[in-house]
Structures are given as structure tokens and as C-alpha cells.
Design a protein around this ligand. Structure first.
Ligand code: FAD
Length: 517
């Protein structure tokens, strides 16, 4: 053991099981926190909302919630807990917007920091040759979009849904249809301010404290709390041409997707999804898309088939209409989709990026947003994607799915391999996201148990067929699984933990390390 390692060996015990229980304990209320002088405040009552997330299947009750007003509130709290050493079991979870799936932003009997109440720094946009915006780690991406658009600027890489926090997505990756070109969100950050697990405030970038910078990006909150991020910006377009086409053959669909992400001057956004057993599909699209050929489209029958939808978008300004149309025609002419299924739409850039919010509003109105979400997100190497599709779409899920299934390839060359994030070991890999919703108390095919069994079947198949996949937004139960996930990067991961959070105070909800007391 090197010195840091010795520290680690004695202070950290690696989680071998999910040991947390689901009750609130009054015996462990961290009264000593009340002695801290803060700009914000602690709440020791009404903490139940911090024991809930979007996944809605894990509920770990904290002892306290910190509503920080300043970075000093965060480092004072962490420093205080760090100084208590292993006499205290207190852990700390930053909560961005709580859109985790398995309790990752929760802290059993610990302290949850509501990052959205951190109001410093105020969002500040810097124009010029390399424009950027400085934002608080708790800022939501939707607010960044609104603000930067006022300057004709925008971040380049997004997630499909914008009511997520900067700290939350940068702790994972932040992947959407722009990632094939711009890389994930963790590749589009110039600088971070981080409060480590020792209560130190550190500014880091590619050039300054680079190890912490790379560690924190995709670092699952293990090495520090992001209190400020400097995000790169580019020119924002005004409009988006949004296109959908269908395929019935997976091999042709994936060939076209891979073609589009490999050429110069391609679309600005490329995604895709799988459609299982849906009737009247194209009719549903008509509310927001227009068929290129209405007569042919009306004759298309989607019933009972597995179909693959390629979704593309091209950005433009109103005075570039002709060039945009020519480019669209030219790119579409290189594809082999079912001709009658070409659907097009034109929307504002804001409406395009904020598209999932419309679904959220509809689902909330029906009481279907707050249901359990047993999501499974996988990264699959290109060479294994057809085998995966054959078994998963053709067998495991052949009759039904309980929500959208996204599938699209990205280029590994656009990912910075120095960050903590691990990808499959091939130049192109696919993101496949099973975004299921479970009906509360159902014991049928739309129930939580059935969906979780299907997810497990998918994972078992991937392991048995040795597909070399990685989980995105990973969730494991044992140290062995985490080791496998990080592979050769595990040693570095553990070393960084021992350097920046030697007592394992931070992000206990990831269940990688367990604070020793
Ligand atoms: P939280 O759930 O609050 O936190 C996630 C983790 O990060 C926790 O471990 C937490 O402790 C830690 N954390 C939070 N803030 C900080 C901080 N400031 N510093 C350090 N650690 C911190 N992901 C994609 O990549 N692409 C998508 O298209 C996409 N779409 C989604 C759509 C929906 C409807 C939902 C619910 C999720 C989606 N996600 C997507 C997943 C999303 O990126 C992650 O769940 C993300 O963690 C959620 O952000 P959050 O701010 O709610 O994080």
C-alpha cells in the first residue's frame, strides 16, 4: 500500500451488498451540524422527499437536508463531517434534480445537499472566440438553454430531457443525439470548481488539477461535489428540421445509422428507437410530423411488426432554408428506409431540445410520471449489436415493451478517455436505453417485477454471450461487479477515491464504497 492506499485500506470498506435499510432513524440525527454558521440552512424535518427519485424504487431516508446558499455552506458541512472522522457514520449526497433511478442521489441517515438552492455563481455568459457559460453545479440545463439563447449561443451536447442538473449529468456523461459529433456533455466542459470529500475547494481543468477534473467527469459523484462548471458554447440555430423514417430490417437500420455518424457534414442529431407491437403508429406521429407522401403513408401498416425508427435533425436559420433542404434531400438519398414512412417537421430549436418536457406534461396529467421507472441503459459494441438486437428484440422483448427503447451509435473518438467514464472497447458503440414505466401494484406484464425480470434476462444474455457491454448510469450490488465495470481503470478509480474522499463520505447512494466507522 502506498500512503494514500494505506489510508484507503483502513478507512474504506468496499460495499459488498446494499446494506441500507429503508427506515428513518431518530437516533442518528446529526445535531452537531446545527453548530455550523451557514448562509443557507439545514432541515431535520420533512426529509422524506430526499428519499425519492425518478426511479421510485429505492427510498433511503436522510437525517438532514442542507439547502446551501453558498459554496462555503457546502465545504463547511463536508469539512465538519470529515473532521469527525470515523467516529461519525454521516455521509453526504449531492442531489441535483433527483432524477436518478436507484437511489444514487440519496444518503441513508446522512446529509442530502439540495444543489438547486446554491445560487452562486450567477449564470454568466462569456462571448468571444471560445464562448462559455459559468453556472452553478445545481443549475438545470433548461435554464442554461433559456439564458444562452439570449446571446444567440447554446451548449452543443445535450441530454434528451433538460430538467436535469449540470452536476448530475456531468457525474454520469450526458448523452444524446449530438454525442456522435460533439461527444457527451463531459467532453464539453472547460473548468470545474469542486468541493472534495475532505472539504477542500479546488478549481480544476485540463491544465490545472487535471486528475481531479478527469476524475469528477463521469465520476458518479465519488470524488467531489461540483459547485461550478464552465461549459463551452457555440452558435445557436433558430430552427430544426426534424425527420423520422422507419425500417423493418435491423441490419439496414443500423448500417444507415453508422453511415450517418461516420460522414462529414452529416445531420446535427441522430438517434433511433425500436417499436414493438404498436398499432396506428404513423397516425400518432401526425400530430407533430407531416408525411412526405400522405397517400403512401396512409397505406403503411405497422401492426404486429418490430420496426426501427431512425430519427434525425438538422439545424438551420430561416435564411438558410434552401441549403438546408438540399442537404436534407442529399443525406436522405443515401439511406434505405421504407419510402412511405418519411415524416418531417420544422420546430424551433428550443422546442426541439425541450421535446421530452411535452411528454412529461401529458404523463403528469395522467398520473403516470411518478410511477416506478425500472430503466436499463446499456452501451453495446458495434460488432455485437446485431446479436444483441436479435435476442433482445426478437426474443426477450418480442411481444411487448413498457416504454420507449432508444438505440443509436456514437463515435468513441469523440470521448475523452481520461475521464472516469468507461466505454466498450470499440470505435463505435451503441447506447440502448430501455425506458420502462411500471404500473403501481400491477402483477402483470406492465408490473415492476415482470420488467425487472426482463431487465435481468437482458443482462444475463449479455454476460453469457460475452458481448463486452457497459452499463450507463450503472447500478451494481457487489464490489466484484464494480471492479468488472471499471476493468483496468478500477485501480485508478480506487486511488482517486483515496485521494479525494478517503473516508468515503460522498455519494453513498452509488453503493461503491461504504464508510467505515
Ligand atoms: P441526481 O439524480 O440528483 O444525481 C445523480 C448522481 O450525481 C448522484 O450520485 C448525485 O449524488 C450526484 N450529483 C448530483 N449533483 C452533483 C454535483 N453537483 N456534484 C457531484 N455529484 C453530484 N441521461 C443522459 O445521459 N441522456 C439522456 O438523454 C437522459 N435522459 C433522461 C430523461 C429522464 C426523464 C430522466 C429521468 C433521466 C435522463 N437521463 C439522461 C439520466 C440523467 O442524466 C441522470 O439520471 C442524472 O443523474 C440526472 O440528473 P440529476 O441532476 O437529477 O442528478
Amino acid at each position: 500500500c502506498i500512503p494514500d492506499r494505506t489510508n484507503l485500506c483502513s478507512n474504506l470498506s468496499l460495499a459488498t451488498q446494499a446494506v441500507q435499510t429503508k427506515s428513518t432513524s431518530s437516533s442518528n440525527i446529526p445535531f452537531s451540524l446545527e453548530t455550523l454558521t451557514l448562509d443557507g440552512y439545514f432541515s431535520f424535518e420533512n426529509t422524506h422527499h430526499a428519499a425519492k427519485d425518478f426511479g421510485n424504487t429505492n427510498h433511503f431516508h436522510p437525517s438532514a437536508i442542507l439547502y446551501p446558499k453558498s459554496v462555503s455552506d457546502i465545504f463547511s458541512t463536508i469539512k465538519h463531517i470529515f473532521n469527525m472522522g470515523s467516529t461519525s457514520a454521516l455521509t453526504v449526497a449531492a442531489r441535483g434534480h433527483g432524477h436518478s433511478l436507484q437511489g444514487q442521489s440519496q444518503a441513508h441517515q446522512g446529509v442530502v445537499i439540495y444543489m438547486q438552492s446554491l445560487k452562486e455563481p450567477r449564470m454568466k455568459i462569456h462571448t468571444g472566440e471560445l464562448p462559455f457559460v459559468d453556472v452553478s453545479g445545481g443549475e438545470l440545463w433548461i435554464n442554461i438553454l433559456h439564458e444562452t439563447l439570449k446571446y444567440g449561443l447554446s451548449p452543443m451536447s445535450w441530454t434528451d430531457y433538460l430538467y436535469l442538473s449540470v452536476g448530475g449529468t456531468l457525474s454520469n456523461a450526458g448523452i444524446s443525439g449530438q454525442a456522435f459529433h460533439h461527444g457527451p456533455q463531459i467532453n464539453n466542459v472547460y473548468q470545474l470548481e469542486v468541493v472534495t470529500g475532505k472539504g477542500e475547494v479546488v478549481t480544476c481543468s485540463e491544465k490545472q488539477n487535471a486528475d481531479l477534473f478527469h476524475g469528477v467527469l463521469g465520476g458518479l459523484g465519488q470524488f467531489g461535489i461540483i459547485t461550478r462548471a464552465r461549459i463551452s458554447l457555440g452558435p445557436a440555430p433558430k430552427m430544426v428540421k426534424w425527420i423520422r423514417v422507419l425500417y423493418s430490417e435491423f441490419s439496414i437500420f443500423s448500417r444507415d445509422q453508422e453511415h450517418l455518424i461516420s460522414i462529414e457534414n452529416s445531420f446535427d442529431y441522430i438517434e433511433g428507437f425500436v417499436i414493438i407491437n404498436r398499432t396506428g403508429l404513423l397516425n400518432n406521429w401526425r400530430s407533430s410530423f407531416n408525411p412526405k407522401d400522405p397517400l403512401l403513408a396512409s397505406q403503411f401498416n405497422s401492426d404486429g411488426k418490430i420496426l426501427y425508427c431512425l430519427e434525425m435533425a438538422i439545424y438551420f436559420n430561416p435564411d438558410e432554408n434552401n441549403i438546408m433542404n438540399q442537404k436534407t434531400e442529399s443525406l436522405l438519398s443515401e439511406l434505405s428506409y421504407i419510402p412511405s414512412t418519411l415524416f418531417l417537421s420544422e420546430v424551433s430549436y428550443m422546442d426541439f431540445l425541450n421535446r421530452v418536457h411535452l411528454s412529461e406534461i401529458k404523463l403528469r396529467a395522467k398520473g403516470l410520471w411518478e410511477v416506478p421507472h425500472p430503466w436499463l441503459n446499456l452501451l453495446i459494441p458495434k460488432s455485437k449489436i446485431s446479436k444483441f438486437a436479435q435476442e433482445v428484440f426478437g426474443n426477450i422483448l418480442k411481444d411487448n415493451s413498457n416504454g420507449p427503447i432508444l438505440i443509436y451509435p456514437v463515435n468513441k473518438s469523440k470521448w475523452n478517455n481520461k475521464t472516469t467514464f468507461v466505454t466498450p472497447d470499440e470505435d463505435i458503440f451503441y447506447l440502448v436505453a430501455f425506458l420502462s414505466s411500471a404500473m403501481p401494484s400491477s402483477t402483470g406484464k406492465d408490473g415492476l417485477e415482470h420488467i425487472m425480470t426482463q431487465n435481468q434476462k437482458i443482462l444475463n444474455f449479455c454476460a453469457a454471450a460475452d458481448l463486452g457491454i457497459k452499463q450507463y448510469l450503472p447500478h451494481y450490488h457487489t464490489q466484484e461487479e464494480w471492479r468488472d465495470h471499471f476493468g483496468p481503470h478500477w485501480e485508478l478509480f480506487v486511488k482517486r477515491k483515496s485521494t479525494y474522499d478517503p473516508l468515503a463520505i460522498l455519494a453513498p447512494g452509488q453503493r461503491i464504497f461504504h464508510k467505515a466507522i
